[in-house]
Design a protein around this ligand. Sequence first.
Ligand code: FAD
Length: 302
Amino acid sequence: MLSPLRASRWSAPQSRMNVSFEFFPPSTEEMDQTLWESIKRLEPLSPRFVSVTYGAGGSTRERTHATVKRLLGETSLVPAAHLTCVAATREEIDKIVANYHAIGVRHIVALRGDAAGGAGTRYAPHPDGYENAAALVAGIKMRFPDIEISVSAYPEKHPDSATVEADIDTLKAKVDAGATRAMTQFFFENDLYFRYLERVRKRGIDIPIVPGLIPVQNFKTMTAFAARAGASVPSWLAERFDGLENDAATRKLIAAAVAAEQVVDLVDRGVTDFHFYTMNRADLVYAICHLLGLRPIVKQAA
Ligand code: FAD
């Protein structure tokens, strides 16, 4: 781990970093406004793509679709639509993919998704649905070979998975089916990522395994999220936020420092691609991207 002093002397990397930003579809008017302010703020940084998460319920499906459509219509950004196998037949999912393709979407983040009963319940595929993420990847690729497919990866293993090796088998199946990039669940100890990467490479998987990073907008929310996702929250991180429950301004500064430390170490160890879980907020992500050497690209009028 780098000392803060070491980080403060760090200069931004010379080669251009590739970033992608993940958003979730808003469910209220107010959240919609926050999302679009964040998108507008981050757009000039020219991310490689921006992804929009997907929920199994009908209304969240529509919100994902509407957000992706608006990204295509109103921004210069390249959207990637998340899609899961949960509670839907193959036919329904194929229709969603065909609709995306028809409006110009060429990147899907293909996932199995969580059990419809929520955290802790056992996942059961829909009897007429895609049985897992690898089957979904294959189904999309068969119909639309021009759609790029990203998938998930779990440096600390997925909670459903018995072992890391079983988890890597799943990743291998997704890659064999046509996935060309994986974004990881978020993590705070970079060694976890590099140890996982080593095992993935040993297994013959050579697609980019892009680290997923979550700037800690809210420590309590993030901890609850991490518990569900099987991501560990180290005690040193909890200590850094300790006592700041009623001090949002300082929490934000600490969050920026924590994220900077993590990113600087990853870059020093050769990482050039980053996926940010933005939680629909731009400020911390913008600051980290600035640290990575990304500057707004002003598009000249034709
Ligand atoms: P997979 O990678 O297919 O499986 C995860 C692991 O679980 C496997 O490695 C396998 O070992 C194990 N496993 C799978 N099935 C079984 C089984 N039947 N028995 C035993 N073990 C099994 N969720 C959403 O709802 N919407 C989103 O938009 C979304 N976006 C995400 C984006 C990223 C980058 C990540 C990392 C996660 C995202 N998730 C999303 C969460 C994801 O849906 C859950 O983690 C889900 O439980 C697993 O889906 P997956 O595609 O990651 O699963």
